[in-house]
Design a protein around this ligand. Structure first.
Ligand code: NAD
Ligand code: MG
Length: 397
């Protein structure tokens, strides 16, 4: 046992994952908060700073940071602003663990900064891995960073793989027949397709099993989230597409499974509460309490499993195709989807048009290897421009 506690940087501390992380850290004196970051939520970050006394607080937005600095004038917390400050607190020597919980491509640079400085990185920000997969994993092996997946499915797979396989050394997949990625199916699993056009942002964000930020909630409703997770699983564990299968499981109790060559299937089960994978990631290879309720299987509904309907949810298919294509295909898909989801949340695009935009952008992808961050950022930008053009056009029809 180490005597000093471990300092944690939380990128995106005011979000759903950020708050759950603070909740777990608050239960365990072996961790302390080193830095908290958000985009511009002054009040929420201020309250978190009072409670957790970090050394640094970062707001990307300059004006918001000035407000926070005034509020914290009498405290020991130093306030920083701007994108580069995210990288500063992610790479700082004092931070032992970095929770990457910014939403979307905006999290890429700071997550990579943590990876490149060899931190223990808890990865919630799946978009960064999806958009830069190969490069991201190269950085992990080059720097010796310890990467722990926080996405509940990938955390489950990590727990079910042989030898509790460290991602750094690569899991030994010789005896693994396939990995089964489970999906809740979201709030519209059985809604008639004709009703999809009228779905509102609030309806899409009202997930039956999980409470999450608005972007990932919409992704869960279109099953784009599962498409992104499909890519995430291939990249993280070095799986071929033929080794990965998606199964709908509306109860969200089985978080994923690994099937072995002898016919054994190992699953990880838990209440749908993100504090469980977060606690696992923080303490790995140890285990600590998470504050989540224990699973009561006798009180649960029947656990169901069925095949996904790719006709109803084309975004899942797009994710599978992008994973097979590789290169910048996942970068394009992720960027198009971020733009389409934002347009839907702003009432500029209908729910059923999200997959149309994503598919249209995908159909324009130049086959390109994702060899450098420049190529990835350029692909991300191009896909966003194209998605925005297509959304404007869709509104004129
Ligand atoms: P959220 O919207 O609740 O929080 C996002 C956080 O990122 C906030 O702190 C916000 O201030 C910050 N942020 C937003 N835009 C930013 C920008 N441009 N620059 C810097 N910071 C910015 O999101 P969430 O639900 O907590 O999800 C965070 C990440 O975790 C996402 O990538 C999501 O896919 C992943 N994830 C979430 C869950 C969940 O249960 N919420 C589960 C699995 C994976
Ligand atoms: Mg997930």
């Amino acid at each position: 046992m180490k005597s000093a506690n471990t300092a944690v940087t939380i990128l995106g501390s005011t979000g759903s994952i950020g708050e759950s992380t603070l909740d777990v850290i608050g239960q365990h004196p072996r961790y302390r908060v080193f830095a908290l970051t958000a985009y511009r939520s002054v009040q929420k970050l201020f309250e978190q700073c009072l409670q957790y006394q970090p050394q640094y607080a970062v707001l990307v937005d300059e004006a918001a940071a000035q407000k926070l600095a005034r509020l914290l004038a009498d405290s020991d917390t130093r306030v920083l602003s701007g994108r580069d400050s995210l990288k500063t607190v992610a790479a700082h020597v004092e931070a032992g663990i970095v929770m990457a919980a910014i939403v979307g491509a905006a999290g890429l640079d700071s997550t990579l900064a943590a990876v490149n400085s060899g931190k223990k990185v808890l990865l919630a920000n799946k978009e960064s891995l999806v958009m830069a997969g190969e490069l991201f994993m190269q950085s992990v092996s080059r720097s010796g960073a310890e990467l722990l997946p926080i996405d509940s499915e990938h955390n489950a797979i990590f727990q079910c793989l042989p030898g509790n396989g460290s991602i750094k050394t690569g899991a030994d997949l010789a005896t693994v027949r396939k990995v089964i990625l489970t999906a809740s199916g979201g709030p519209f699993l059985d809604l008639p397709l004709e009703a999809f056009a009228a779905i509102t942002p609030d309806q899409a964000c009202n997930h039956p099993r999980w409470e999450m930020g608005r972007k990932i909630s919409v992704d869960s409703a279109t099953l784009m989230n599962k498409g992104l997770e499909y890519i995430e699983a291939c990249v993280l564990f070095g799986l071929k597409c033929s080794q990965l299968e998606v199964l709908i499981h509306p109860q969200s109790i089985v978080h994923s499974m690994v099937e072995y060559n002898d016919g054994s299937v190992i699953a990880q089960l838990a209440a749908p509460d993100m504090r469980i994978p977060i606690a696992y990631g923080l303490a790995w290879p140890d285990r600590i309490s998470s504050g989540a309720s224990m699973l009561d299987l006798a009180a649960e509904q029947t656990l169901e499993f069925r095949k996904p309907d790719l006709q109803r949810f084309p975004c899942l298919q797009l994710g599978m195709e992008a994973a097979a294509q590789g290169g910048t295909a996942p970068t394009w898909l992720n960027a198009a989807n971020e733009v389409a989801v934002q347009a839907f949340l702003d009432n500029r695009l209908a729910f059923n048009q999200i997959p149309d935009i994503n598919a249209a952008v995908m159909s324009k992808i130049p086959c390109e290897a994702a060899l450098s961050l420049d190529i990835i950022h350029k692909a991300d930008k191009e896909a966003r421009l194209l998605a925005n053009e297509l959304i404007v056009k869709a509104n004129h029809h």
